[in-house]
Design a protein. Structure first.
Length: 217
């Protein structure tokens, strides 16, 4: 029964993605597909990191030895082509659409990358009880976002951060995401578990089932 439910969730996500894709122009569809390939490659790099670190998830950010680093810098040794840090729909204003894919940076530019990591996978807030952020403890990995289009290296669906982090690069409404299990999708703010309108904070509400679901340790 559980597997059946999970299958329905995955099919539902695929249907939403397919709908959003068909609503896009052919150019936007091509950009979204390249973006999702990049996200899948980033998830692969993070998986290599997990393999070498007993399943521990790459930190969202760290200040180890007083050196500030985000997940993107930590994953550099696992990335062979740094163009995967950049979304082809997130490129300089005014550039001609069809030339954009050629404008993807070939050098790593620190925090100016196009993608953010789900902050709940490695929340470093000291006020909370420390958690073991291990990939094997993620329940329903097919539902939990790992990386996605973002204006910062972090994805945080909180009232204060969402307007900075969420980046609808695709057809002005949608973002691409890769989930913990490696599948990708295109989602709009409304389908991301953000129930309140991003411009109407008085009704802010989050369905956090896309953001964290930890097994009991
Ligand atoms: Zn993108």
């Amino acid at each position: 029964m559980q597997n059946y439910k999970e299958l329905l969730v995955v099919l539902g996500c695929l249907c939403v993605s397919a709908l959003l894709l068909t609503a896009m122009s052919p150019r936007d569809q091509a950009l979204a597909l390249t973006c999702q390939n990049h996200l899948r490659s980033l998830r692969d790099a993070a998986a290599l990191y997990e393999k070498e670190h007993d399943g521990n998830i790459v930190p969202v950010k760290t200040t180890l030895n007083k050196k500030y680093q985000t997940w993107a810098g930590i994953l550099l040794p696992y990335v062979s082509d740094v163009s995967i840090y950049y979304c082809p729909a997130d490129l300089p204003h005014g550039s001609k659409a069809l030339e954009r894919v050629d404008l993807i940076p070939t050098v790593y530019r620190g925090d100016t990358i196009s993608y953010g990591m789900n902050y709940f996978l490695g929340d470093v807030q000291k006020s909370r009880k420390p958690r073991n952020y291990n990939i094997n403890l993620v329940d329903t990995p097919e539902k939990i976002i790992f990386f996605g289009d973002s204006q910062t290296p972090f994805l945080r669906p909180t009232q204060a951060c969402w307007q900075l982090d969420f980046a609808p690069f695709h057809a002005k409404t949608s973002s691409c995401f890769v989930f913990v299990d490696g599948h990708t999708g295109i989602l709009s703010g409304a389908t991301l578990g953000i129930i309140g309108r991003p411009d109407g904070f008085e009704n802010w509400q989050i369905d956090d089932s896309s953001w964290h679901n930890w097994k009991k340790e």
